[in-house]
Write a protein that binds this ligand. Structure first.
Ligand SMILES: Nc1nc2c(ncn2[C@@H]2O[C@H](COP(=O)(O)OP(=O)(O)O)[C@@H](O)[C@H]2O)c(=O)[nH]1
Ligand SMILES: [Mg+2]
Length: 225
């Protein structure tokens, strides 16, 4: 279960497994640690559950501390094990930031597309994460795309403003930017494909999506300039 481990157990396993990007000799398995950061209630835990279990779970309880989940996929002849760490967004969990950030190959910086304040927080999350990990690939992820394109929640003008602001933040971080919906399963797998392509320096086998109002997927930080 995704919330079944105590932070003590996770701390122990983090210490035991100090290389996030480790190739085990017994089999061709590579472990890629992915950290997830962002304000509370933006859909971090929902996203990891959607990716790992393929379900949209509305009964997820607020993350107290850190959630940890794993998912193994196959890339050519290699097994790739994503080890995904999700930090509770409340400020009191900031002391666990090193646990999530250190040794991560990629860090997802998430914000809620329907709440500008959560995008405004990203530069601070980025600075804090960089203090513990200067080399992880950053990826900016806008959540709740289903709500973002609903006129009841977000006006057309607001969609334009948020998209342009997200691009500017992504450029400043030199990060790809992607909009997703865990509820409608839009771009969820693509996030982890971007993690793979950036980690292994592979050319992604899908096209960028740049049209305002579409589920944005821009993996070249300089695109859109
Ligand atoms: N409409 C919509 N709601 C979502 C989506 N993802 C998460 N939510 C809702 O947002 C709330 C917060 O989600 P949660 O995963 O607990 O956020 P966290 O605090 O960042 O881990 C919950 O009520 C979720 O059901 C999404 O893709 N679309
Ligand atoms: Mg959570």
């Amino acid at each position: 279960m995704y919330s079944g481990r105590t932070s003590r157990e996770m701390m122990d396993s983090a210490m035991a497994d100090t290389t996030a990007y480790a190739e085990t000799e017994a089999d061709d398995e590579i472990v890629i640690k992915v950290g997830m950061l962002g304000d509370a209630q933006i859909g971090k835990t929902t996203l990891m559950v959607r990716y790992v279990f393929g379900q949209f779970d509305q009964t997820i309880v607020q993350t107290l501390g850190v959630n940890y989940l794993e998912k193994t996929i196959h890339l050519r002849n290699t097994r790739v094990r994503f080890s995904i760490w999700d930090l509770g967004g409340e400020r009191e969990f900031l002391n666990m930031l090193p646990l999530v950030c250190s040794d991560s190959s990629a860090i997802l910086f998430l914000f809620d597309l329907t709440r500008r304040d959560t995008l405004n927080s990203i530069p601070q999350w980025f600075r804090q994460a960089r203090a513990f990990n200067g080399s992880a690939v950053p990826i900016l992820v806008g959540t709740k795309y289903d709500k973002f394109v609903d006129d009841l929640w977000v006006s057309k003008e607001e969609r334009y403003v948020v998209t342009e602001q997200a691009r500017a933040v992504a450029r400043a971080m030199q990060a790809p930017v992607i909009f997703c919906s865990s509820m409608h399963s839009i771009n969820v797998k693509s996030i982890f494909k971007i993690v793979l392509s950036k980690t292994f320096d592979l050319r992604p086998n899908f096209e960028e999506i740049k049209e305002i109002g579409a589920p944005i997927l821009e993996f070249n930080p300089r695109s859109g300039i």
